[in-house]
Every structure is written in structure tokens, then in C-alpha cells.
Design a binder for this molecule. Sequence first.
Ligand code: PLP
Length: 397
Amino acid sequence: MTAKSMMPYVEGNSAIRAMFEEGARLAAMYGKENVYDFSLGNPSVPAPPEVNQSIMDILNTEDPLLVHGYNQSNSGYEDVRQTVAEHLNKLHGTAFTAKNIVMTVGAASGLNVAIKTLVDPGDEILAFAPYFVEYGNYAANHGAVLRAVPADTVTFQPNLEAMADMISAKTRAVIINSPNNPTGVVYSAETLRNLAKLLGEKQAEFGTDIYIISDEPYRELAYDGVDVPYVTKFYNNTVVGYSWSKSLSLPGERIGYLVFPSEMADFENAIQAANIANRVLGYVNAPTLIQRVVARCIDCSADVDAYDRNRKALYNGLVDAGYECTYPEGAFYLFVKSPMDDDVAFCAKAKEHNILIVPGKSFACPGFVRIAYCVSYDTIVNSIPAFKELMEEIKNE
Ligand code: PLP
């Protein structure tokens, strides 16, 4: 018999599958171009050509035993980790070396490795609503409890006042995510300074270590030159999780890394524990060919301008149609106030207009909806009349 603990996931999964199937059914009925599927955060911009070129160059020039073999260290190739460290140092003025980097199977495995490394069963992890829905599952994988800090629905910056009362001796980590999925908000330096100050005070009060796990798959997707501050510069007990899924449009390749700064508490044990966590969780090491590819493409980035164009067209179109939207500074999501009290009912109504969007309830933030604008520009432009009709219909009810 299937484990009882998995059955809630199985039931939840059929809702996601139903959404996929509904999208396919609508596309078959009305034509793909008349269905506005904004449900998934799957990049719509292809990986830069340097990625394919590097794959070919590596296959043609590097030792196949190295390219396809187990890594000597479960943390990944030493030369790749050193390249990542030097890249970060150049960008952020940090002083990392290969010793601070663990290559991971995307951000998802990085978060699991970070939690396994730092959090014991029964400990608590805080996350600011709205947050990426998988955080709760990742915490549960390690017997930890994820607690949602209520959203500041005006700024969508972390609600530090609400968090202060939720921290206890059991709090082992706080997961943050900037640029944020689902709001597109970038956490300011001031927010990070205040967060660091609060956590520092709470560590002293409880005599514990409280880690920030900074989940940053959208770091390079920031617009208008907005600064995305580097969290290790604000707080020593920070682990940064990065992935090339979005920045180089490589989500299927499963490649990312964790940064453990030498200044963090118990660094020597933590970095060894992370190396072992990569192994015992069954990842063993990040995919080898693609580790070598990202090292060669370390200075490349995806076409952020395409997302920026979508962002402006969608935001302006929806505001013009009467929707209240948070202006996104990064990532490729727009978080919109649901014009109906019930965001789930609103998403169902949107579907009647061939618009597929995700309720805020899925991000612990009911009353809002997420629109993933990593779609073609045409989809954005063609969807605006449908969004207008939807708003008119709601107003006339
Ligand atoms: N964290 C956030 C906030 C995400 O939005 C995603 C994917 O959408 C992930 C983590 C997982 O990223 P990866 O594909 O690199 O595992």
C-alpha cells in the first residue's frame, strides 16, 4: 500500500493535473493561440546560444571520464565551484572560494540540502507569505514545521513586525526569496538590514543560531537597474541557494549551487554536512556535464528584455482594465488583487475566459492571484481584451 503520508500529495497533484488537462482541453477547443495559459513559471526565452556551443565544445574537447563520471567530491567539481566563487566575488565584493560552494540539482535540491544541513526534526522554519508552495513540502521532508508569516499586502516586503512574535527557541531558519515568486517584489537593503538586526537580537535572546536560507533563482531577472542586495553581506548565518533554471532558462537540466559563507556559525561542520546531505538525499552530485557548461557560461544571461516587455504590457493592460497590481521589480510574475473575495472562484471564472492563473491561496496569500508572464508577447497582448471582459462581467454581477 502507498504510504499514507503521501496521499495528501497525490490528492493535491490531481488538482494540478486537472489544470494541465483543462489547458489542453481549452486549446483543442479554441486553438492554442486563444488560450492564455499563465499558470507555470517555465521560462519562455530560450537559453543563450553559448549553452549549446559549450555542450558541444565540452563533448569534443574534455575527457569523457571526467565529463560523465562521479565527482570526487559530492559538492561538485572543484574548478567549477572556484569559478562560481570568483564570479560572486567579482559581482558582490565577497571573498568566497570553492570551499564555500556546493553544486546542487537546481534550487529545489539546494533547499532540501540546506534544510537537512541546518534544521532538525521538530524545528521550525519561517517563510514570509506569499511564498513558493514547495517550501512547506521541503520542510516536511525533514520533519521540520513551516510557519507562514502573514503578508504585508501593501508593500509585500517581509512583515518583520509579524515575524518578531513568531520567533522562538524552536526557530532554526527563515526562508526568504527575492526577487519574489509570486509578487515580483525585490527586498530592499533596508529590509534586509532590519531582518538581520531582528534575527541577531533573537539569536542573543534564545542563545540559538537562526539561519537565513535565501532562495534566489530569479536574482538576474531584475528590471530598471534595481539593486538585488547580496544577503551574506547583511547577516553571517546566511545560506544562499541559486539556480540557473530561470536565469539561463535551464530548468530541465537541474543545476544550481549553495553558498555557505565561512563566517557562519559552525561553518566547518555545516559545509561537510551539506556535502553529505547531497549524497544521502540521493542527489549524489549535481549533473556533471551541465556543471561544466554553467562554468563556461558564468557571464551569460537570458534575454531579460523580453520579460521586461511582457511585464510592462501586462501591468499597463491590467491596470487600464481596472485591476489592482503590485508593480513587479523582478522575476516574471505579476501578483494581482482578486476582484472577487474568493481568489479560487475568481480563477475559475477567469478560466471561462480561457485565462489560466493561480490563486494566491496556493502561496498562503488568499485574496490575490499570480500571473506568470513568461509567455510569448502575443499571448500577453491578445489576453488583455479577455481580462477586460472578465472585469466587466464581475462588475456587472
Ligand atoms: N524557488 C522558487 C521561488 C521557485 O519559483 C522555483 C521554481 O519555480 C524553485 C525554487 C525551484 O527551482 P529549480 O527549478 O531550480 O529547482
